[in-house]
Structure formats: C-alpha cells, structure tokens
Design a protein around this ligand. Structure first.
Ligand SMILES: [Zn+2]
Length: 464
C-alpha cells in the first residue's frame, strides 16, 4: 500500500459514505487502466491531416468511460474536419452549481519515424520511461483523467457540481475544436487543464517543486512593410524600402517594453528564486519587491529564461526584400513576433511598436492567427489549497507555486470566455527528459501512482 492511499481514500470515501455508496479507491486498478489507455492512445496517430486518428482516440476514451459507468448519452464525440472533440458529463447532485471542466487535448505534434530512435506511434517502456509521441504532451494526462473519473464513479463518489471532461482534437494546430468547446461550456465555474506545467525532478530524479499555471502570454505576429518606387541600382536615391525597414527594425530592437509584475509572477519569482543561481535569485527577489528596480531588470532581461517573465517581448523573426541584384528595392517586409504580457491587447502592443518606429511610411499589419489576448486567471484560495493538498499526497512537502506559461494552450480559449482556467498537469519530469513536440518524447511511468492520487483528490475537492 502506498503512503498516499489512506489520505486519498479518506477524502473520497468520506463523501462517498455521506451518500451511502462507500467503496474504497482501488489505486492499482486505476493506475493500470491509465497506463493501458495511454499506450493505446499513443498507438493512434492523431496528427492533423489525412489519416488523423484523433477521432479514434476519442472513441477509445468514450468506450472506457461508458464501460466505467458513464451513460452512453452523456459522452458525445463531435467530428470537426479531420478531427473530433469529446465531452463527457457526470451530472452533479446540485443543478444550481456551475460545472467543473477538466480539459485536455487528444492530438499530437507530427513525428517523423525516420528521425526517432523508436517508432513514435509504438509505445515502449524502457528503464522506467514510457516512450512515444504524446507520452508527455499529453496522452498520459488524458488517460489519467479518464481513469480517475472512472475510479471515482466506481468508488461511489457523488459530485455536487457537474464534472465535465472536455478533450479537444486540434490544440497543437488550429484550435477550432477548443473554440467550440469553450463556447459550449462557457457557463463553467472553472477549467482544470491537465496539460502543461507540472513538477520538476532534479538530475537524480528527486522531486524539486511543482508549478501550476494561471496565465499565459499572448502570441502575436505583426508584419511590417515598406515600399519605394525602385529603379536602376546605378542611380541610388532615398527613400529605399530596405533602408527604411532596417531603420525601423533597429528602433524596435532598442525599444524596451515597461517591465511588469502580476500577482502570479510575484508569487513565482519569490518561490522560484531558491532554485536559481545567486545572481538570478537576487534579481528575482528584488524585482518581486520592486518592479522598477533597474539592476534587477537588467539581470532578468539579459537571461533568455527570465526575460519573458518580466513583460512583453517582441523580436524580428523573418525578413524579405528586393527583387533583383541590380535593382533598387520596391518592397521590404519583416515579421515581428511578440509574446504579450497578460492584460494587453494585440492592438495596444502594435501601437506601441508604431510609436517606437515613428515613421508613418512603415506599414503595420496584425497577421496573428489563432490567438486571442487573455487576462490572468485569479489566484483562488480553494484552487491553490486543493492543488497543494493533492500534490502533497504523492510528494510530501514539495513546494507548490504558480507560474505564467510562455506558450498558448486550450486555456486561452476558456479564458477568452471569462472562465478561470488553471494548467494543472500532475506529471513530474527531469529537464533531460523534456521532449514535448521533439524527438523521443517520454515520461516516467513512476509518475502514474502519485498523479492518480493527485487527480482523484483534486477532482473530488473541487466538485464536492
Ligand atoms: Zn499540450
């Protein structure tokens, strides 16, 4: 029996008993089902395009949920283009309460078998690691959530609010299914997104800390264009489209956005400082105390791992211009990619860039696709308490603190509907094993038992 068993059992069983259906949690059964479902899901190539097997992943999870006691009518699969999304509803006893949504995605990033050491779509366990595309992002998380819901049902747990499992089918690409889900579920109390963030293992595999995410930066692309009449290169004159664009890019490079601190990033800096080298740690603490501290700002700006946490960043990523070696350019374009600090719209940031450039001849166009600006979700004490308690079941005394994600997840579309959304993946991993979206993606199978305890506790605590 694992040390986590009793406390989880008590938390869940107490509620089960109160409704007269006490049965103990069977951790071994739930853990085994999660691993089995994860392996079956990894074997399905749920990649955008012809032959996308995301609908089969949805069918796999639906059949497990129905076999586990969900009514067939309460688990729907909706086809959208080459993919599908799944909604499983477990009705709560109090219809006045708003639903708790558990969110995840069933699709994965493309993986070319020729580049991998093992076939990406054949799950393999070696040296305690489960290998395969989607192992860490995020088929094991999905499988854990499905198996946890089934286990809660089996144990006789009765939620007060509806528990809704919402699995999208194109999070890695278009996010069309997520947008539909967010609209359909816009009356939710909150979203627990079991994708992203999670726990940190040190090089020896010892748990260091756990982070959950309450905000993410907004992705934006701005296209800059300059034009000039052109002509023969033997007779140069100004304006020259490339020179104009180059001057604009230099001004953007020199422009610094106002550093910012939020409730969430302050909590992050205070807690994360202890895991950093002394110079960064001191700067993090100083910045958390005073976001105008110029020495701290200089240190955090100079480090690529921290610059994105202290404000909006914009950088040129592509450039194009001219049409012949012996002609004056008629047109030049560049793409400026921005990661916007929560609380600002894309239009606001584009305006700031235009002012920094200060040249009306440089045309700006927002060419961002598939992203919306979102505010941070509030730090709700009952959420923090439930996450911390659930993590400590498997990892006693490990520090738990919030963070802001650099990239977009399904949470973006839920936050766009004003639903508080939290990134809460339970998985712990070493830096040297982090290969989401990359080659030889993997996850420790030893994560399964503590992750299961965590999800059972978290789902029950926030739906009771
Ligand atoms: Zn993901």
């Amino acid at each position: 029996m694992r040390p986590t068993t009793i406390s989880t059992w008590v938390c869940v069983a107490t509620m089960a008993i109160s409704s007269g259906h006490a049965r103990s949690i069977d951790h071994e059964r739930a853990d085994a089902q999660a691993l089995d479902l994860a392996k079956q899901a990894i074997a399905l190539r749920s990649v955008r395009g012809p032959g996308n097997q995301a609908p089969r992943v949805a069918a796999l999870f639906k059949s497990a949920l129905v076999a586990g006691g969900f009514k067939d009518d309460d688990v729907s699969i909706t086809a959208v283009d080459d993919t599908a999304f799944l909604v499983a509803r477990w009705r709560g006893s109090d219809p006045k309460l708003k639903p708790l949504v558990i969110s995840g995605h069933m699709d994965v990033v493309e993986a070319r078998p020729a580049d991998w050491e093992r076939d990406p779509f054949t799950p393999v366990i070696e040296n305690g690691l489960l290998y395969g595309r989607g192992a860490s992002d995020m088929k094991l998380d999905d499988a854990l959530a499905v198996a946890a819901l089934i286990e809660l049902k089996r144990a006789g747990y009765k939620p007060r609010r509806d528990l809704v499992l919402a699995l999208s089918g194109d999070e890695e690409t278009l996010m069309k299914t997520t947008q539909i889900l967010a609209q359909q579920l816009s009356n939710a109390e909150m979203v627990l997104n079991v994708d992203g963030t999670g726990g940190q293992l040190d090089a020896d595999g010892k748990p260091q800390y756990f982070t959950w995410s309450g905000a993410e930066k907004t992705y934006a692309d701005f296209q800059l264009t300059t034009t000039s009449p052109g002509g023969h290169s033997s007779r140069p004159y100004e304006p020259n489209a490339i020179n104009q664009l180059a001057a604009a890019l230099v001004r953007i490079e020199q422009y610094k956005f106002q550093p910012e601190l939020s409730e969430l990033t302050r909590a992050y800096f205070m807690a994360a400082a202890r895991y950093e080298r002394p110079e960064i740690a001191t700067a993090m603490q100083a910045f958390a105390a005073d976001p105008t501290d110029s020495r701290a700002i200089a240190v955090l700006r100079a480090d690529p791992t921290t610059i994105g946490k202290i404000g909006t960043t914009c950088v040129v990523t592509t450039i194009n211009g001219g049409h012949a070696l012996n002609a004056l350019p008629q047109r030049a374009t560049a793409n400026i990619n921005c990661r916007i600090f929560p609380g600002h719209s894309r239009a606001q940031i584009m305006e700031q860039l235009q002012r920094a450039v200060g040249d009306p001849a440089v045309q700006f166009k927002d060419v961002s696709e598939g992203s919306v600006a979102t505010d941070a979700s509030p730090i709700r004490p009952e959420v923090v308490g439930a996450i911390t308690k659930a993590i400590h079941l498997g990892y006693p005394a490990v520090p738990v603190f919030p963070t802001m994600s650099a990239g977009a997840s399904d949470s973006m579309w839920f936050r766009n509907e004003h639903i508080p959304s939290y990134g809460v993946s339970p998985l712990f991993i070493k830096d040297s094993d982090r290969f989401s979206h990359g080659l030889n993606e993997r996850i420790p199978v030893g994560d399964i038992p503590p992750s299961m305890s965590y999800l059972l506790s978290l789902f029950a605590d926030l739906s009771k």
